[in-house]
Design a binder for this molecule. Structure first.
Ligand code: FMN
Length: 350
């Protein structure tokens, strides 16, 4: 398929399909996005390869792979394993380091005209603060997504995202170090007892919005080698298998914080999947694992979502955000007819 054809997607549906007339624009923490469909961090690098399948300037935004201060080789291989309806990965935040990212990837995204949400990751609160300070001086960043699903070297490798205090410390450091106009999205882990408690702590620490959810910690054992399938033993589970968990997280957080912008993600591979997240309360969605087997998925999902919104009788996507939270419609019983009365009598007296 030609790039021009695929690129029609995020701008609207095919000219004569019902979705073509739907306003798919999103106001995400003050960012005006033409589409609610974003890439998920780590699943489309910095968008260069994806751009040969989908015109990335028509996406809501490209969310880049989490970047750290220094270059990293990541974990040993094998670091991916298929699972039922999903995959397990232990890439280990492989990347070129922030200097190279700014020089090669971010500059390319800016020159390409894509809206860019830069994802950052660190091993200490100080590393996150340094990354924020570095990015503050750089043009072309729409928002920062803070990946806090990283082990804290100063705290026995405990993951920042799993405790309200450490999650808040990271967000506070990033907020202080960043330009006050740059929205900051805290990306939360589902591997916690109460995601609302973590959301509360990062909002109080200065997060503008939330990205829900990162992968779930999982493990696969190879029954032939009788060893863990991943060299890193455990990995992050993603794909359709985690979608109900992700939708539940979005639902709970939206119910607790109705005004806080949410980017939802986890196993989205169709417009209907994306719509579930929007109805649960996400303002926008990220598409991750699906891109590996269908690189044009973000454009297709946009078109399918637009058609579904139109099919529901709506002209603006914004009107269905969080709509699943409304009270169920009361059941109106028809006036009984003479026939109903008769049925009732015969049932009572067979
Ligand atoms: C191969 C791979 C690499 C990922 N790398 C990152 C990353 O660098 N930073 C991050 O915040 N999330 C990362 N994620 C998590 C995704 O951004 C997303 O939150 C998760 O996979 C759920 O969405 P999905 O089911 O659509 O993939 C990665 C996921 C995968 C599958």
């Amino acid at each position: 398929m030609s790039r021009a054809l695929i690129a029609q997607g995020p701008r609207g549906s095919d000219g004569d399909s019902p979705g073509a007339r739907v306003d798919m624009g999103v106001d995400l923490a003050g960012l005006a996005l033409p589409s609610p469909i974003l890439t998920a961090s780590g699943c489309a690098a910095a968008g260069r390869e994806l751009d040969t399948f989908v015109d990335i300037t028509t996406l809501g935004a490209v969310v880049t792979k989490s970047i750290m201060m220094r270059p990293r080789a990541g974990r040993a291989t094998p670091r991916m394993s298929e699972t039922p309806s999903g995959m397990l990965n232990s890439i280990g935040l492989q990347g070129p380091g922030v200097e190279s990212f700014i020089e090669n990837d971010l500059s390319w995204l800016v020159q390409r005209g894509a809206r860019t949400i830069v994802s950052i990751a660190g091993e200490s609160v100080d590393e996150y603060a340094k990354l924020a300070a570095k990015l503050k001086r750089v043009e072309g960043i729409s928002a920062i997504e803070v990946n806090i699903s990283c082990p804290n070297v100063a705290d026995r490798g405990q993951v920042f995202a799993c405790r309200p205090e450490s999650a808040a410390q990271v967000i506070q450091a990033v907020r202080r170090g960043s330009d006050s106009r740059t929205p900051i999205f805290a990306k939360l882990s589902p591997d916690v007892t109460d995601i609302v408690e973590i959301a509360d702590s990062v909002i109080k620490a200065g997060a503008t919005g939330l990205s829900l959810i990162n992968t779930l910690l999982g493990m696969v054992i190879d029954t032939t080698t009788m060893r863990p399938a991943l060299a890193g033993v455990t990995g992050g589970l993603s794909g359709p298998a985690i979608r109900p968990v992700a939708v539940r997280c979005v639902w709970q957080v939206r119910a607790a914080f109705p005004k806080v912008p949410i980017i939802g993600m986890g196993g989205i591979r169709s417009g209907a999947d994306a719509m579930e997240f929007i109805l649960a309360g996400a303002d926008a969605v990220s598409v991750g694992t699906s891109v590996f087997n269908d690189p044009s998925a973000p454009a297709r999902i946009h078109r399918e979502l637009a058609d579904l919104v139109a099919g529901g009788g709506f002209t603006r996507l914004a009107d269905i955000v969080g709509r699943a939270h409304r009270e169920p419609e009361p059941i109106v019983l028809d006036e009984p007819t003479e026939l109903d009365d008769w049925d009732f009598i015969t049932e009572e007296r067979p």
